[in-house]
Ligand binder design. Structure first.
Ligand code: AFP
Length: 338
């Protein structure tokens, strides 16, 4: 790429040429990107942050009963403080907060709703492995007076923007506003995100799968069958060898899939049969599924398209199968044969 295109310029051009992102949404995305820059800064400091070190646990649990890391809480605060005063949002929801955060009365209220997992893959923080922030943007339902949790309960196909920022060897922001997927890497000297790839496309076929194999004995038949066939390699029904990767941060596994294809699964399993899955629908599965679909891939819960699931509650969980189209189709078809 000869001329560097910043995120700001990309968004202005989307607004001007494509006409489908209103200025308020553009502003919102710029603020989210700015917050991700601050989080990236904190991640980079690690134990060098002294008293403000981001390492270790905060001594509390979130609404899902998971131990909160210090960085989970810091990232949550950074996103709220950056977004509450701009006038583009009505409310926010996060993995780290039990209920929604309504923009305080002292600030103007906008028409958008922001959902996020401030720090995905928090078990990777202390071991210096990739982590990330995932976000999803919805519009307030029309003619709505006063915002409440019910306004957030919209299917993923209603998202107006979605993305993530991965804090790895590079800090990269990946975004869709419904016109393909674009990637921007943080240029630390310039302090801005620079476009590195537009129209990201996932190959339809793959020989790489991502799943936590230690849960194999708890899986349902269709997932077991799919993985057994992959493991059988060249001599099995698939007639080819497969490779496996598992970063334990969805953001990093999805990033790899957007870069070179693959299939990611966190399926329902028998450990907690009453839960639909481990991952959260509204601020993990929905934004990732939209990005994957926008890049030509597919995302289902084994039975239906994730983006068509009508959420019943904010912190709803879901079984996730996403990535290269032909593989996701295959696993989904195994579920249909049950
Ligand atoms: P946190 O956001 O609580 O760190 O969880 C990360 C995650 O939900 C997802 O990003 C990973 O794919 C998955 O957990 C890893 O889970 P296992 O430890 O069960 O493999």
């Amino acid at each position: 790429m000869s001329q560097k295109i910043s995120l700001t310029r990309y968004l202005v051009e989307q607004q001007r040429m494509e006409g489908h992102i209103p200025s308020q949404l553009r502003l919102l995305l710029e603020v989210v990107a700015r917050a991700c820059k601050s989080i990236s800064q904190a991640v980079n400091k690690g134990a060098l942050g002294g008293e403000n070190s981001i390492m270790g646990t905060a001594g509390s649990e979130n609404v899902q009963g998971e131990v909160q890391k210090k960085l989970d809480i810091i990232a949550n605060e950074v996103l709220i403080e950056a977004n509450e005063w701009g006038g583009h949002l009505a409310a926010m929801a996060s993995e780290e907060m039990d209920s929604i955060y309504v923009v305080p009365n002292r600030y103007p209220q906008g028409e958008y709703l922001l959902l996020f997992d401030p720090l995905d893959g928090s078990s990777n923080i202390d071991i210096n492995v990739s982590i990330g922030t995932i976000f999803s943007v919805l519009k307030m339902p029309e003619d709505d007076r006063g915002v409440d949790e019910g306004d957030f309960l919209q299917a993923g196909n209603k998202q107006v923007a979605a993305g993530y920022c991965i804090y790895g060897p590079q800090t990269t922001l990946v975004l869709t506003v419904g016109d393909g997927v674009a990637m921007f890497t943080l240029d630390r000297e310039q302090g801005s995100f620079v476009l590195i790839e537009e129209n990201v496309t996932i190959p339809e076929d793959t020989q790489e799968f991502a799943i936590n194999m230690s849960n194999m004995r708890h899986w349902d038949e269709p997932v077991k069958r799919y993985i057994d066939e992959c493991l059988a390699g060249k001599d099995g029904p698939r007639g080819k060898d497969f490779n496996m990767r598992w970063v334990a941060a969805m953001v990093a596994d999805v990033h790899r899939i957007l870069c070179r294809g693959g299939i990611f699964m966190y399926p329902w399993d028998k450990r907690e049969p009453e839960k639909a899955g481990k991952l959260r629908l509204m601020y993990e599965a929905n934004p990732m599924s939209w990005l994957i679909e926008q890049a030509g891939g597919m995302a289902t819960n084994g039975k239906q398209r994730i983006l068509d699931i009508q959420p019943g509650k904010l912190h709803e969980r879901v079984s996730v199968i996403l990535g290269s189209k032909n593989e996701v189709e295959r696993v989904t078809s195994y579920h249909a044969k049950l």
